[in-house]
Design a binder for this molecule. Structure first.
Ligand SMILES: Nc1nc2c(c(=O)[nH]1)N[C@H]1C(S)=C(S)[C@@H](COP(=O)(O)O)O[C@H]1N2
Ligand SMILES: [Mo]
Length: 302
């Protein structure tokens, strides 16, 4: 449970301080799953002896997926983010397997509903001691096997920014054209530019600090609102609190050169301090909305 929750959180946080805690607990609790193997396998063996073919298949699928999730997590920490198996990143395998685990768990809980989630015996002394032991052991494993040097978010540094999509977006080839805003069509080339050094930190497990140049969102002259939507030609979009718009940059250049199509030409968002999926590429419109920024799917759906 802790592993799943911190895993989801790890995707959401970009700020180094909280990220250190989230990834720390995530890594330690993931390693802690290994400590639970002896106890759990005893229970599982008992379960597998009971009749039912589908129950066995589901049981083994569950074990396989947990092993895959822990294994790919370790691979990411110890080896790196780069593709290794069948064109998939360790982090993609990690997330895919984890989603599978959660689905099977949900199914399992539905079938075994008669058992309350927390039983009296779960709270007795022996279990409390065991629990403490597992937590301490997990923390120890985490300290002993911290993996390769990485950013607080768990990402590995890369020298050049790889072209990366969240899920299914194609790479469109867009002409230079004015940006649609509530203040009318805006020609970015006519506005003053600014440069920032910012870290693009993808949840796929890599990061890179680069120099980005473009037009600050604050230069667009947007009407006051609660939130700002940044919209891509592909339909991909993210909503930001207007109060934080001061740090957002509509970038046209990366490391002194015009953006390539893959990196979001002609305009892409730079959102310092936020994870990569906020850095909307191929921006065609900026909209103002009255809904709060959190009124959106927590992660993009495409
Ligand atoms: N329109 C659009 N923008 C997007 C994405 C996407 O799939 N579609 N992927 C995001 C993710 S997950 C990351 S990490 C960065 C990657 O930017 P890059 O390709 O320049 O490295 O773009 C973000 N912007
Ligand atoms: Mo990403």
């Amino acid at each position: 449970m802790t592993t799943t929750a911190t895993g989801v959180l790890a995707f959401a946080v970009g700020a180094p301080g909280p990220a250190r805690w989230v990834t720390g607990v995530h890594g330690a609790s993931g390693l802690g799953l290994l400590l639970l193997v002896p106890a759990k396998s005893r229970i599982a063996r008992r379960g597998l002896r009971r009749p039912g073919r589908s129950r066995k298949v589901i049981g083994w699928a569950f074990v396989g997926l947990v092993a895959l999730a822990v294994g790919s997590g370790l691979l990411h920490a110890l080896w790196g983010w780069a593709p290794v198996v069948l064109g998939l990143l360790p982090m993609q395998v990690h997330v895919g397997a984890a989603v599978g685990v959660v689905v099977l768990l949900a199914a399992h809980l539905r079938v075994h509903r008669r058992r309350p989630l927390l039983r009296r015996t779960d709270l007795d002394r022996r279990r409390a001691l065991l629990g403490t032991g597992v937590v301490a052991g997990s923390a120890l494993l985490w300290v002993l096997a911290p993996g390769r040097a990485r950013r607080e978010t768990g990402s590995h540094e890369v020298p050049t920014v790889p072209v990366t999509q969240w899920m299914f977006d194609p790479v469109p080839r867009l002409p230079d054209r004015p940006l649609r805003t509530p203040a009318g069509e805006v020609d970015l080339a006519a506005l003053p530019t600014a440069s920032v050094r910012a870290v693009l930190d993808c949840t796929g497990g890599w990061y890179s600090e680069q120099e980005w140049r473009g037009v600050p969102v604050s230069a667009l002259g947007l009407p006051a609102s609660a939130s700002i939507d940044v919209v891509s030609a592909t339909g991909y979009r993210r909503r930001f609190p207007a109060s934080g718009a001061g740090s957002l940059l509509l970038a046209t250049h990366l490391a002194g050169r015009p953006l390539s199509a893959g990196h979001g030409a002609p305009v892409r968002l730079v959102a310092p301090g936020r994870r990569g999926f906020w850095w909307v590429k191929w921006v065609v419109a900026v909209e103002v909305v009255d809904e709060p920024w959190w009124w959106q799917p927590p992660f993009p759906l495409q």
